[in-house]
Ligand binder design. Structure first.
Ligand code: S3P
Length: 175
């Protein structure tokens, strides 16, 4: 089994922050797919969306996941839309234990309205966009993840501890 811990979830659910905290506690290096794509491309995600479009960005996500398939012992935090492609969902499940960080639309709106680094939310009605995107994506997160964690009532330490305990249990099971 490839023992990565993979974080999926909508924008603003804390994947990158939780990823860094898991990485510190477990001493697993962290791979942040958004950051890696920005580094490979030498441009920011808003620039990639503006210059190449969303489809091209999705291609970059798929290419990156394919290249990470043989990695083990990493924390992988992903962009919120990575689960939109079926191939990506299958790749993620092959790569390790997939955890879905869940937050309410209101909480997501609060957290994402602090900056404008997310091109998909640069709309006239970001709260409505969040609700619509969630509607189509929730079944896909569900399909992809081994475990869902409701984050609204938990602090980062509690979320991190919960993930570590459940991952230990998951990795201790026979394949
Ligand atoms: C996206 C989420 C973003 C980033 C891009 C597209 C999405 O990542 O990959 O803006 O489609 O939900 P975060 O979830 O880290 O914000």
């Amino acid at each position: 089994m490839t023992k990565n811990i993979i974080l999926v979830g909508f924008m603003g659910t804390g994947k990158s922050t939780i990823g860094r905290s898991l990485s510190q506690i477990l001493s697993y290096p962290v791979i942040d797919t958004d950051q890696l794509i920005e580094k490979q491309q030498g441009r920011s995600i808003p620039k990639i969306f503006e210059e190449a479009g969303e489809d091209a960005f999705r291609d970059m996500e798929t290419a990156l996941l394919r290249s990470l398939l043989n990695q083990s012992g990493h924390i992988i935090s992903t962009g919120g839309g990575i689960i939109v492609r079926e191939e990506n969902r299958q790749l993620l499940r092959k790569m390790g234990y997939v955890i879905w960080l869940v937050a309410s639309p209101e909480e997501i709106h609060n957290r994402t309205s602090r900056n404008n680094s997310r091109p998909l939310l640069n709309t006239k009605d970001p709260a409505g966009t969040i609700r619509k995107l969630l509607e189509t994506r929730i079944p896909l997160y569900k399909e992809c993840a081994h475990l869902a964690i409701e984050t609204n009532q938990l602090n980062f330490d509690e979320i991190t501890t919960g993930i570590i305990e459940s991952a230990r249990y998951y990795f201790s099971q026979p394949e």
